[in-house]
Every structure is written in structure tokens, then in C-alpha cells.
Design a protein around this ligand. Structure first.
Ligand code: HEM
Ligand code: NAG
Ligand code: NAG
Ligand code: NAG
Ligand code: NAG
Ligand code: NAG
Ligand code: NAG
Ligand code: NAG
Ligand code: NAG
Ligand code: NAG
Length: 334
């Protein structure tokens, strides 16, 4: 047995099952007549220009899932942080002294860059200057959800990469200390209603958060809307003094690697990790109702999530764009 734990084995099976889904599609498109129409963001955008684009991204996501299954969550979050700031233009991937990566919402907490870099490096060999970093991130976010057991959706593509990344812009990202009113306003500023806000928050069914993002609920006194057993556990692992700033806790304390509706079930037991999670249940009867509907109905949440994340993936901004050539997606074209 080459696998020393069941998680690796599960990941391996997922790759075996998933990759063939793409092969017939890629082969068919190689053989079919060339469609010369070009739209801005449309499904199967790379069918003729780079038929293997999505398969290569999926392969990178699958391979890295072996080394760290939490990369899936990191990539999904990175796509959100990309789209919320100047639209989905891979501005989050640019490096520099005042780039978005240095903003408090991103500094030391984004993860999964390796995955995007492997995909882009490969794609620059297979079809140079063709597949944008922003599209790679959008495909990889979808694949991360799928490999975590969540729904599949067709990702419209054709995004351009931006040339600007400014830490100040990233202040638009929502804070984990927000209440429902603030969360609702933040999402409204991007064209999303309150239901869509609750829907997208369900992304916290996978992944982790650093102690500093929820220690407000532990010290100086324990938040009344935090489950007492969870509070005890979190206090021992995130001490007030001498806490390791690199330490993370699961956002979904039951199934942190599975893209299911457990997040919403946790909220009803006061086991949401962040203030911005639990408040959806405790603050507002409308959002509470929505969390209960999603807790009761996986398919309804998944359908809503897919619609909302496709909409998020279409957030515009780039007026002057390019296909970034850097194999690491870190610098703009010369
Ligand atoms: C509703 C407002 C939101 C707030 C306040 C928020 C805040 C946060 C915070 C503070 C973390 C922990 C980061 C860390 O310490 O490493 C986190 C993690 C995460 N967020 Fe959100 N988020 C929100 C919405 C979203 C949305 C819309 C998505 C995606 C569609 C998303 C996906 C994720 C994922 C997957 C993680 C785990 C990342 C990892 O494990 O590396 N979040 N979020
Ligand atoms: C692009 O993003 C910047 C910074 O977030 C913002 O100031 C500007 O209004 C946006 N432009 C468009 C066309 O959305
Ligand atoms: C990012 O985090 C590092 C390490 O904690 C710190 O040295 C640096 O000052 C931070 N950058 C910003 C812009 O906050
Ligand atoms: C970043 O944005 C801020 C606020 O809009 C602006 O003052 C600053 O000059 C920008 N930085 C760069 C390097 O463009
Ligand atoms: C939400 O937070 C804002 C800013 O702190 C505050 O003004 C508002 O009263 C809060 N709303 C609720 C319903 O708690
Ligand atoms: C929010 O937006 C979704 C998707 O467009 C829509 O189905 C829903 O009716 C809207 N909800 C409210 C309360 O406006
Ligand atoms: C606290 O969480 C546990 C499961 O971890 C659950 O059994 C219990 O009912 C929760 N407490 C409350 C008050 O919901
Ligand atoms: C809950 O949110 C809805 C929609 O924003 C709002 O109309 C309502 O006043 C809020 N209710 C409470 C109790 O804050
Ligand atoms: C909960 O939401 C459903 C669907 O929007 C609605 O039919 C129901 O009346 C709501 N219940 C409460 C208590 O608000
Ligand atoms: C969810 O299911 C529970 C248990 O069946 C039920 O009590 C509750 O009313 C349901 N909530 C909603 C919003 O459908």
C-alpha cells in the first residue's frame, strides 16, 4: 500500500475519477471545427486556443492536494480576495512593497500560491501567452471545491490580468469582526444581496483561520454566542499570551476538509468560529432563517453557492488588461 493514510487515498481516487472527465472534452475540441467567435467571459473559452487549459489546472490542484489538502481552501479564498478587489484580475497574485498581499486581510494568511504557479508554469510551456492568471485562479477555485466534495460548475473564462495591485484597495475585504449590517453593506457594495452573502459565507465549510481572527471572542471574556466547549478548546490552543501567530483553527469544526453544509449546522450549535460566521445565526432573523434553510438542504445551498460564485467570478474591473506572461503570475508584463 503506497498510501499511509486514508486522506491521501481519497485524494488519489478523486484525481483518478475527475481527470478523465476532462479528457473527452479536450479531445473533442481538438477535433471539432474551429470556432472563431471570441467573447469576453464565456464558457469553454480556451477550447480552441488551449484545449488542455482546464485539465492542467485541475492536475495542479489534484497534485497539491496530496501535500496539503487545505490548499483547496486557500485557493477558494484567494479567488474571493482577487475578485473583491479590482475585480477578478489576478491582482492578488502580484508581488511588491505595497501590493494587495501586504494588506492585513492577506498578509501571512493566503496560501496555495504553489498550485497557481505550477499551473501557470505548465501552461506557459503548453500554450504560451494564452491563459490568464485570473482564469487559472477561477478554474482552480472551482476544482478546489470539487476535490473537497462540493459541486461542479462551468467556469466562464476570458478574464484579463490587471497591472495594478495596491494594498489600500484590499481594505474593501470584509472583516471577521463585522456584524450582519456591516456584512450586508459590504456585499451590497459589490452587488450581492443578503441571501447571497449568507450563501457565500458557506465557503467557510472548508479551511482554517488564524487565532487573531477570532481571539476577540475569547478574551477578555468569552463571547456569549460561542459554544462553551469550543471556547475551552480554542482558549487552550490560542492562549492570550505567547500565542503562535502561525497557528490555525478549523472554520468548520466537524468536517474542515469537506465542502458540505456542515458550516450552517454548526452555527445552530454556536460553533461558528468567526464573529462574522456566528452573527449570521444570532443577529438577524432573516439571515438566521437562511442559515437554517441551508442547514436543512444541501442541494439548495449548493445551487445558490454555484450561482453566487459564478457571479463573483464575473466581477469586473480591468479596463486595460493583459495575459500575464510571468510563469509565477507575480509580475506584470514588460
Ligand atoms: C462574509 C465575509 C467574510 C469574512 C469576514 C471572511 C473572513 C475570513 C477570515 C478572517 C479567514 C481566516 C484567514 C486566516 O486567518 O488565515 C477566512 C478564511 C477563509 N475564507 Fe473567508 N471571509 C468571508 C467570506 C468568504 C467568501 C465569500 C469566501 C469564498 C467564496 C471565503 C473563503 C474562505 C476560505 C476557503 C477560508 C479558509 C482559508 C484557508 O484555510 O487558508 N470567505 N475568511
Ligand atoms: C476598479 O477598482 C478600483 C479599486 O478598487 C476602483 O477604485 C475603481 O472604481 C474600479 N473601476 C471599475 C470600472 O470598477
Ligand atoms: C506582514 O507580516 C510580516 C510578518 O509578520 C511583517 O513583518 C510585515 O510587516 C507585514 N506586512 C504588513 C504590510 O503588514
Ligand atoms: C494606492 O492607493 C492609495 C489610495 O487610493 C494611493 O494613495 C496610493 O498612491 C496608491 N499606491 C500606489 C503605489 O499606486
Ligand atoms: C453593527 O456595527 C456597526 C459598526 O460598529 C454599528 O454601528 C451597528 O450598530 C451594528 N449593528 C448592529 C445591528 O449591531
Ligand atoms: C438575492 O439574489 C438572488 C440571486 O439573484 C435572488 O434569487 C434572491 O431572490 C435575492 N433575494 C433577495 C432577498 O433579494
Ligand atoms: C455545543 O457544541 C456541542 C457539539 O460540539 C453540541 O452538542 C452542543 O449542543 C452545543 N451547545 C449548544 C448550547 O448549542
Ligand atoms: C435583518 O436584515 C434585513 C435585511 O437587511 C433587514 O431588513 C432587517 O431589518 C434586519 N433585522 C434585524 C433584526 O436586524
Ligand atoms: C424563511 O425563509 C423562507 C424562504 O424564503 C420563508 O418561506 C419563510 O417564511 C421564512 N421563515 C421565517 C421564520 O422568516
Ligand atoms: C429545518 O429543519 C428542522 C428540523 O427538521 C426544523 O425544525 C426547522 O423548522 C427547519 N428550518 C427551516 C428554516 O426550514
Amino acid at each position: 500500500m503506497i498510501f499511509n493514510n486514508s486522506l491521501c487515498y481519497t485524494a488519489f481516487l478523486r484525481i483518478l475519477v475527475l481527470i478523465p472527465n476532462y479528457l473527452p472534452l479536450a479531445l473533442t475540441s481538438l477535433l471539432s471545427p474551429i470556432d472563431t467567435t471570441v467573447a469576453s467571459t464565456t464558457f469553454r473559452y480556451y477550447d480552441t486556443s488551449c484545449p488542455l487549459a482546464e485539465a492542467i489546472v485541475q492536475f495542479a490542484v489534484g497534485i497539491y492536494h496530496f501535500t496539503d489538502p487545505f490548499f483547496a481552501a486557500g485557493i477558494l479564498r484567494m479567488h474571493f480576495h482577487d475578485c473583491w478587489v479590482r475585480g477578478c484580475d489576478a491582482s492578488v497574485l502580484l508581488v511588491g512593497p505595497d501590493s494587495e498581499q501586504t494588506a492585513p486581510a492577506n498578509n501571512n494568511s493566503l496560501r496555495g500560491f504553489e498550485v497557481i504557479q505550477l499551473a501557470k508554469t505548465t501552461l506557459e510551456i503548453v500554450c504560451p501567452r494564452t491563459v490568464s492568471c485570473a482564469d487559472i485562479l477561477a478554474f482552480a477555485a472551482r476544482d478546489s471545491v470539487v476535490i473537497s466534495g462540493g459541486p461542479y460548475w462551468d467556469v466562464p473564462a476570458g478574464r484579463f490580468d490587471g497591472r495594478v495591485s495596491n494594498a489600500t484597495d484590499a481594505n474593501i475585504l470584509p472583516s471577521p469582526f463585522f456584524n450582519v449590517t456591516q456584512l450586508t453593506e459590504n456585499f451590497a457594495s459589490k452587488g450581492f444581496n443578503q441571501t447571497e452573502m449568507v450563501t457565500l459565507s458557506g465557503a467557510h465549510t472548508i479551511g482554517q483561520a488564524h487565532c487573531g481572527t477570532f481571539s476577540n471572542r475569547l478574551y477578555p471574556t468569552v463571547d456569549k454566542t460561542l459554544n462553551a466547549s469550543l471556547a475551552t478548546k480554542l482558549k487552550s490552543e490560542c492562549p492570550q499570551l505567547g500565542a503562535d501567530p502561525n497557528f490555525r483553527q478549523d472554520l468548520d469544526i466537524v468536517t474542515p476538509l469537506y465542502f458540505d453544509n456542515q458550516y450552517y449546522k454548526n452555527l445552530a450549535e454556536f460553533n461558528g468560529l468567526l464573529t462574522s460566521d456566528e452573527t449570521l445565526y444570532t443577529d438577524n432573523s432573516t439571515t438566521k432563517n437562511t442559515t437554517q434553510i441551508f442547514a436543512n438542504n444541501t442541494l439548495e445551498w449548493q445551487a445558490a453557492f454555484v450561482a453566487a460564485i459564478i457571479k463573483m467570478g464575473n466581477l469586473p474591473n480591468v479596463t486595460v488588461g493583459e495575459i500575464r506572461e510571468d510563469p509565477l503570475c507575480q509580475v506584470v508584463n514588460a
